[in-house]
Write a protein that binds this ligand. Sequence first.
Ligand code: PFF
Length: 456
Amino acid sequence: MSDISLASSHASRNAAEPARAGWGSRAGFVLAAAGSAVGLGAVWKFPYVVGKHGGGAFLLVYLASVFTLGLALLLAEMTIGRLTGRSATTAFRMLGGRAWAWAGRISALNAFLILAFYCVVGGWTIAYLLRSITGEALVADTARLHSQFNTFIADPWEALAFAGLFLVATAVVVIGGVQKGIERAGKILMPALFVLMLMVIARSLTLPGAMDGVAYFLMPDFAQLSGESLLQALGLAFFSLSLGAGIIIAYGSYLPKDAPLVSSCVWVGSMATLACLLAGLMVLPAVFAFGLPPDAGPGLTFIAMPAIFAQMPFGHAVAIAFFLLLLFAALTSSVSLLEPVVAFLIDEYAWPRRRAVVVVAIATFVAGIPAALSFGAWKDVEVFGRSLFDIMDYTAMNIGMPLGGLFVAALVSWRIWPQARTVLGGMRARWLVPTWRGMCLVLTPIAVLAIWYQNL
Ligand code: PFF
């Protein structure tokens, strides 16, 4: 057995069978966790957030966040999963006591909130896949692409229908228990996405004027950094590693007992970062070559990509393959987001799995309506000066996920440290033990609280 179906495992736990399926191999876990990490965050969010916060300096802060706090928290979440073999709420309660169950509830709430706006962008991906098939999206004129995109996202029916379709696809995967198949397919499809991105990068870099975009992306200009950009970089690190939402806890709970945790973390972190770097190199040079403003916001990737496809050999086929692979990557992430919310209802209220999936999918759709309409019908509605889509995104990325991360760090480095450190038992690199604890116990709270304080 090389992979598992989370579905069957939760079901067997419900039936109080002691046997619990495992990933069987570390590769199964790394692929599933990387499948959750690599998705729209890298391809859609990363380029526009870098573009909004000034390029290279932001990239450095993002990388520093991933390779310090990000990896430390990834390891901490895996540890919680490994020690308990349970999903977040139960795991927090088992290790910390009753009050800690709140930490698990908050992480499930994060997953729910993220999925509510993630499905809107998942819907855009489906729409662009269809438009690539019909050829409608292959336009070289970026002004036209811009207006096409704006008209499309402003249409309430289309926005809702495509978001709904994306959620239905997610729910079908989770109900059908076909995660196993999806993870197997990921072995081929994720590398395929990376290879395709390399091909597109080759075209993007050879567009006239592209080097300005490369310089913008890779040369740090620290004058561009603000308190808000630090918060965004940290939030983006959480988002791109799928932290603070209970997902890595649940996936870690299926790891075989002897799997090496640290190298698994490094694998997942590196794949997520690589995806972001490739996406940046694909989108930003083209943005500069086409004279688009890098701070154009959430539409950046969807406007720049079709323009590249329109100017590359076999562009039509490449466009279809790209949006198909992106949709697949988005689904492996959305499936991972639905799972903790479903697991919460199964574990806490003993709901049957199918009912839990259907109810959560419908509730997510309803919660996502404001996000879907915020580019059109409800464009002028603002909360704290942000659109409805933005406020959901901001709350999840900058408040919810860091809060979830704080709980994880506190549980592992303080409440259960003697137990937690045993997972590093056989490590030869002894320095890792105090470093990990220091990052969780000292650096995480300082970074999160300082940045929150600054932004308030
Ligand atoms: N990491 C995913 C992406 O970058 O697309 C999104 C995501 C999944 C965020 C799961 C958070 C999460 F818990």
